[in-house]
Structure formats: C-alpha cells, structure tokens
Write a protein that binds this ligand. Structure first.
Ligand code: PLP
Length: 381
C-alpha cells in the first residue's frame, strides 16, 4: 500500500533529520513510517502510491474549505502574476488586516508574521514590554509554538484555583497569561464554564496581559474565533493557519495601545523579510471572504457533527471519550473525561495507534498522534 512512501522515506532520511521537517509528520507516535503526499483536492489527499484519503488533518487545521478551493487558487494565481515578494508595503496587507479587525472582537491593530510560532513569541515579547514584567503563566498541554519561553510558570488547564494561587504569590510580576481558549494541542480540550471568564477577571485585576492563542481556533470555531463564541475579549490574540489560506502566515493583534509599542512607532523591535507576503495575503483574503458567507459555520458544524459520529462508530467496543467543538475534535482512548493534560495523557497510545492504522487502511487520514486535534472541512457551495 505504501511502497513509494517507504522508498521516499529512506531517501529523505539521508538528508533530513528523521526524514521530516516537522516531527509529528514522522508518524512515530502511531508506530508507522511517514506517508508522503503528492496532491490534494477538496476533502481528499493522495499519497505517492496514489492512495486516496479523506483528510481530517487538513494541514493541521489550515484548510477549513478543503484543499485547492477554486476561489483561493484563483486569488493566488492572480497574485503570482504580480510577483511573489517585495519586502515593501502592499495594499493586500491592509485589506486582510481590515477584514480581521472587523471579524475578531478584541483586535484593533494587527501585525502579520510568517508562522504561529513567530506570532506567539512576538506577542509575549510585546506583553513583557507593555507591563515591564517578565513572568509568563501558561497551561500544561497548551502549545504556543516551538520557541523557548523563559520565566514561565505552568499550571493545569481549567484550574482557576491554581491560577489564583500563582497570582497571590507573584503580585505585580506576571506579564502575561497565554492560553488556547479551546485547547487543540493535548487533543481537543474545552474550557470549563467560567474558566476563561476567570482568566479575564484575574488578569484585569493584576494588570496582566491576557493572550488568546487562536492559531487553531481563529476563524475555525466562529468568524470571530473562540473569543466571539465565549464572549470574552483578550488583550492580545495570536492567529495563523486559516488566515494564510495554505501559505506560511501568522499574526498577532489587539488593543492599539499595546500594538503601537511595536517599531516603527515604539521600542519593541519585530520584523520579517516575508511578513505580509502578498501571495499569502491574497490567499487569506479569498478564504475569509467565503467564511464570512451566511450560515457558513452553522453548515460546517452540522457536517462536522455527522462525520465525528460516524468515525466514533469505527472505534469498535473500546471505551473512548470524544471531545469536540464545532469542526475540531479528538477521540481519546480512555474512559474518563478529559479536562486537562493529565487526563489526556491517560489515553492509551497503543489503542490509538491501532485505530489510526485501521483508519489509514480504510482511507481516512487523521492527525497522526493521539494528543492532537482533527478537523472537518466545509462542503463546496
Ligand atoms: N499556537 C498554537 C495553538 C498552535 O496549534 C500552533 C501550531 O500548531 C502554533 C502556535 C505554532 O504555529 P506554527 O506551527 O505555524 O509555528
């Protein structure tokens, strides 16, 4: 089934560490070799051996419209004809910025970068400059890119009491609380009622910057992201994935008072050769125009609920917990509810690996690790 993939992997091992450019692509977590892909269209992706899969990884949540949406491809083609990068200002950046500012409740100004990692890294730097403090509070199991975060305190997700204790002990020291408002990187874990509200309250009381890392949830859960869904406005928001339409993009934005500390207006230096790249901006604009359409999320979520239910039936007699919100979900191989990283880690990686390989043979490409999110794409309308 994977003859060409196996050969491609052997060759890749000679030149790329582990044969891949991002660790989870190795499929080690499911005791498999990497599956090399060659093309994709709509909800389907095809490997080198021409096996066709229903893609429920979707480039880790990037392709909310499925692959190669005609409107996105057209926008990219048109942009390419004008050149691929100028390293100078373009109107496309303002156009996408305006769309995002109008969509996401808390964003007044935004800065584009080239990845989610760059977005979170820069947002943290900005929060530190704004508050004149160093310490960052984050939650175990939340992922905010691969950059090292120094001076970090970690507490369990959904644990407001632990957060309160840290604030009590560290008066006027915490620069920022960074959180995935719906976690996707320990598998999907939902915020318990009141958790995000508490984070908003305690950060306000302590003049700490609240950062929502919406690299996954932005434009995924609603047009205004998780913050629209839960009705909570953070001070800064990180975005990525969907807003680049399949091209390398990240962004961070928030209150103008904070964002205006960035150079050239203020002292916080952050720059990027390909930031606001015109091809990526064009793809993002094309995607957002479709997401803005009437009932887009309502239809997507109905489709998602149906697909998730079908998939659950294939887990057989094993005990599983399905955490889902809208079009993102994880099937945990455990019989206890999953509210935080410790709960998530209780799921059985062997049972998941078995299920994963069975699904792969059946033509379904899930995100290749137990503690990851899967995604459902919209239909074409
Ligand atoms: N933040 C979250 C919540 C993510 O899920 C990711 C990546 O999956 C990142 C940040 C980092 O984004 P990137 O992989 O584009 O650097």
């Amino acid at each position: 089934m994977h003859k060409k993939s196996k050969a491609a992997y052997q060759k890749a091992l000679r030149y790329l560490p582990g044969g891949v450019n991002s660790p989870v692509r190795s499929l080690r977590a499911v005791d498999h070799h990497p599956v090399f892909m060659q093309k994709a269209r709509g909800p389907y992706i095809y490997d080198l051996d021409n096996n066709k899969y229903l893609d429920l990884c979707l480039s880790w949540g990037v392709h909310i419209l499925g692959h190669n949406h005609p409107a996105v491809i057209k926008a990219v083609r048109d942009a390419l004809k004008q050149g691929t990068s100028y390293g100078a200002a373009t109107e496309k950046e303002t156009e996408l910025a305006e769309m995002i500012v109008k969509a996401v409740p808390s964003i007044e100004k935004i800065r584009f970068v080239s990845s989610g990692t760059e977005a979170t890294m820069s947002a943290l730097k900005l929060a530190r400059a704004y508050t004149g403090r160093k310490t960052i509070l984050k939650f175990s199991g939340c992922y905010h890119g691969h950059a090292e975060i120094p001076d970090v305190i970690e507490v369990p997700y959904n644990d407001s009491k632990a957060v309160a204790a840290i604030f009590a002990k560290n008066k006027h020291k915490i620069a920022a609380v960074i959180v995935e408002p719906v976690a996707g990187n320990m598998g999907v874990v939902l915020p318990e009622p009141g958790f995000l509200k508490y984070l908003r309250r305690v950060t306000k009381e302590n003049r700490t910057v609240l950062i929502f890392d919406e690299v996954i949830t932005g434009f995924r859960l609603a047009y205004g992201g998780a913050q629209e869904l839960f009705g909570i406005k953070p001070d800064l928001t990180c975005l990525g994935k969907i807003i680049g339409g399949g091209f390398p993009v990240g962004a961070y934005g928030g209150q103008a008072e904070i964002m205006d500390l960035l150079a050239p207006l203020g002292p916080v230096y952050q720059a990027g050769t390909l930031s606001g790249n015109p091809v990526a901006m064009s793809a993002g604009i094309a995607v957002l125009k479709i997401l803005k359409g009437k009932n887009f999320y309502h239809k997507l979520n109905i489709r998602a609920a149906w697909t998730i239910n079908e998939l659950r039936r294939h887990t057989g007699r094993r005990k599983v917990v399905v955490n889902a919100l809208g079009s993102m979900f994880t099937i945990f191989f455990t019989d206890k509810p999953v509210h935080n990283y410790t709960d998530a880690q209780a799921s059985d990686p062997k049972s998941f690996a078995e299920f994963y390989k069975k699904m792969l043979r059946a033509g379904i490409y899930l995100s290749p690790a137990q503690l990851e999110a899967n995604f459902i794409p919209s239909g074409r309308s």
